[in-house]
Design a protein around this ligand. Structure first.
Ligand code: ADP
Ligand code: MG
Length: 721
């Protein structure tokens, strides 16, 4: 059996006391001076509950307060830290009870004003002659000033302490907790406890990379002597986290690859050759290479555990079907699990089209099946009369039994999560498992999420694909969009107008499509918007063409009819909320307009766009949005700029971070305190190499020097999601 373990929470929460004397991991932060019950709740909001948490609470940023710029040298536009005494202040009341507070700060070289709107209470706080550090962006008009600068008082007795005259950490705060207080608290905790922290990094690895010891690194994380020391500390601490995580994955992998599977394939055979010879095109070099790689893996005595990725439209399905043919000609069954009913149906249709005529019996398992049909199908599967079973989660229900399942293929894995993957794999003894992602994922995420899988990548698109030009139009330019559509349709081409689900990426997408009565929900709302749009476009804009509608709440038969009509070209313009899920493949469609693109993630936008540019004609994608939000602008900007899925995935990771990218479920597994998956790709790879090397030498981590590491890993495993 493949292990069913899920992923592990990183970092771990505090382990139970192992010894009588408590280490920083178990010692509550309340034992640090100055922390009372109220502080305790505030600190908990910042994720600081133990002394160890305080030691690992990474600053948001740092300020170099070693040599502060004299005010006279400050230039407008710069974001700087300066130091000055309050020389004068004025609180003005303006209309509507609003206030403006002007405070002049001087440092002997010049004067800089701080300006605060509607914070009259600050006037009491900022007394003349008190000294402050200010951080903010400098404006020169009407005079040298900063609007709402960050502010920190320097007290006479704190010269040379935590707060000035050094590189100073700035932490993120929560209500009631001030910067100075928190810095002092963390500084105290680090001073008291850095030496006592549990060190999981093997000494040899540390020395090999010239990294600081753990106490040195933790001190430098908060109060670095130099920027170089900070960087070395961050590296070492990020590595610690990534290493532990990769070790867990490597251990899990070692358990699966060490096993021997009961089935043996006949890789040369009539079905596979007939399938390949019958294809209406030549495989790309990349498809060929990946197919050979996968066949080679199937031929090995150990179960395959692999991730297949490739940009949308690169032709993964063909490769999957070749593997199916190899398994079926060897007398085995294959399961293909897809995340939605529509995708499962689409897969079944394609596989039936290609493999059906060669005598392969293909069965579709979805919730939509009538109970009697479902029973009949299940029986055929159990008796081995069906060779390929394609379905949704319906496939992993306990009632579904295979006669001789050898290969389990899981499409769009990250919509499922690891648990379902394991359930499918449990339908047989050590089946080969192939996970397919339709969305390219950045290598860092692939390594973290699928660190226990090997990766095969199809890296090129079939020849003759037209590059897709992408444009971002404003609402005002909608007429231009309509004339673009009209132009394509009059030339005999087809077009899509796509509506987003209001709640993209949410769990509701994953539920079986049976609808709860009485609740409209996000899907209902976008379905309605799409229906209205379709009506309007048909009646008012494209009366001479046929406009079709496809949305989530339609009956399967109606959907089917519309999809076929579009595929035949009877419908020229298709308005849809579910275009990605249905995975329509219509090479004659050359234009796609995406409404509310701000509601889609980059990966989804890219998936959508993959529906066009599949034929011989040039294709255009238009996103229409008035969004002014900075992050949306960045996302749409990136989308317009490149059509390479891997580049976009990297960009997406950078813009949104791994949590947003993966959705809530995976987020917990990948929550690191210091490591940052968007930044630390090199370290992650390094951690993986070291982890694999270590597991290769000492799979159970028996060496006495690894005792701490061994225990931490066991704790991690105990908390698997
Ligand atoms: P994806 O990787 O997105 O699943 P598909 O397998 O759906 O891609 O393939 C996209 C389209 O490209 C399909 O119409 C498929 O028949 C076609 N196709 C696949 N491989 C090739 C190839 N080597 N040459 C030309 N067309 C191909
Ligand atoms: Mg596909």
């Amino acid at each position: 059996m493949v292990t069913t373990s899920g992923y592990y929470t990183v970092p771990m929460t505090v382990p139970q006391a192992a010894s009588v004397r408590k280490g920083p991991g178990e010692q509550s932060i309340r034992y640090v001076k100055g922390v009372g019950p109220q502080r305790l709740t505030q600190l908990a909001r910042l994720g600081i509950e133990t002394v160890e948490d305080a030691c690992y609470a990474a600053p948001l940023r740092y300020e170099d307060r070693t040599h502060l710029l004299p005010i006279a040298e400050v230039r407008p536009g710069q974001t700087v830290t300066v130091r000055g005494r309050v020389v004068a202040r004025a609180l003005r009341r303006i209309r509507g009870g609003r206030t403006i507070l002007d405070v002049a700060f001087g440092d002997g070289s010049g004067v800089l004003y701080g300006v605060w709107f509607n914070q009259p209470y600050l006037a009491q706080q900022l007394q003349v002659d008190q000294e402050y550090v200010l951080y903010g962006q400098v404006e020169s008009k009407p005079r040298l000033q900063m609007i709402h600068p960050e502010l920190e008082q320097i007290e006479e007795d704190s010269q040379g302490s935590w707060h000035v005259g050094r590189i100073v950490p700035i932490y993120s705060l929560t209500g009631g907790v001030g910067q100075r207080w928190l810095r002092q608290l963390i500084g105290t905790a680090v001073e008291q406890s850095a030496e006592l922290l549990e060190d999981t990094l093997p000494q040899e690895i540390r020395l090999q990379h010239g990294w600081p010891t753990l106490p040195e690194a933790v001190r430098a994380l908060h109060f670095p002597a130099t920027w170089e020391a900070l960087e070395a500390a961050q590296q070492r601490l990020a590595f610690d986290e990534l290493f532990l995580f990769q070790l867990a994955l490597a251990q899990r992998r070692a358990q699966t690859v060490g096993r021997t599977k009961p089935h043996r394939y006949q890789l040369e055979g009539p079905l596979l050759s007939r399938f390949l010879e019958g294809l209406p095109f030549h495989l790309t070099a990349s498809q060929r290479r990946v197919l050979d790689e996968l066949l080679h893996e199937l031929g090995r005595p150990h179960p395959m555990y692999r991730l297949l990725q490739g940009d949308v439209g690169c032709g993964k399905t063909v490769v999957l079907m070749a593997l199916m043919a190899a398994a079926v000609q060897s007398g085995y069954q294959v399961a293909l699990m897809a995340p939605t009913e529509l995708l499962a149906e689409q897969h079944a249709r394609v596989v039936q089209d290609y493999l059906g005529p060669l005598g392969v019996a293909v069965g579709l398992f979805t919730q939509a099946l009538a109970p009697a049909d479902r029973r009949r199908q299940a029986q055929a599967l159990a008796e081995g009369k069906l060779s390929v079973a394609i379905g949704t989660h319906a496939l992993i229900q306990t009632a579904i039994q295979f006669k001789r399942l050898a290969l389990a293929i899981i499409d769009e894995q990250h919509k499922f999560g690891v648990v379902q993957r394991a359930h499918l794999a449990k339908k047989a003894d050590d089946p080969d498992v192939l996970v397919v992602t339709a969305t390219p994922i950045p290598r860092t995420l692939a390594l973290s999420l699928y660190g226990d899988l090997e990766v095969s990548t199809i890296s090129e698109l079939p020849k003759g694909r037209q590059p897709i030009v992408t444009r971002w139009l404003r609402e005002l330019e909608r007429p231009a969009l309509y004339s673009l559509i009209r132009q394509e349709l009059s030339q005999g081409r087809q077009a899509y107008v796509v509506y987003p689900l209001v709640n993209e990426g949410s769990a509701s997408e994953l539920r079986p499509s049976r609808r709860r009565r009485g609740s409209i929900g996000a899907r209902g709302r976008s379905d309605r918007a799409a229906s209205q749009m379709a009506k309007r476009l048909q009646a008012e804009v494209f009366a001479e063409f046929r406009v079709g509608l496809l949305h989530g709440q339609m009956k399967p038969a109606v959907k089917e009819r519309t999809m076929r009509a579009f595929a035949r070209g009877d419908v020229q313009l298709l308005v849809s909320t579910v275009i990605v899920e249905v995975g329509l493949d219509v090479p004659n469609a050359t234009l796609m307009a995406i409404e509310h693109p701000e509601r889609f993630g980059l990966a989804q936008l890219h998936q959508l766009r993959g529906r066009i540019g599949r034929g011989a004609h040039a294709a255009t994608c238009v996103v229409i949005s008035d969004a002014v939000d900075e992050s949306v602008a960045q996302r749409l900007g990136a989308f317009v700029q490149t059509s390479n899925g891997f580049e976009l995935a990297e960009k997406d990771l950078e813009l949104r971070g791994p949590g947003e990218l993966l959705g809530r479920r995976q987020h917990g597994w990948l929550r690191f305190r210091i490591a940052n998956l968007a930044r630390d790709q090199g370290l992650l790879e390094l951690a993986r190499e070291h982890a694999q090397a270590l597991i290769g030498q000492d799979a159970a981590l028996q060496a006495p020097s690894l005792a701490v590491l061994r225990r931490r890993l066991a704790e991690l495993r105990g908390q698997r999601g």
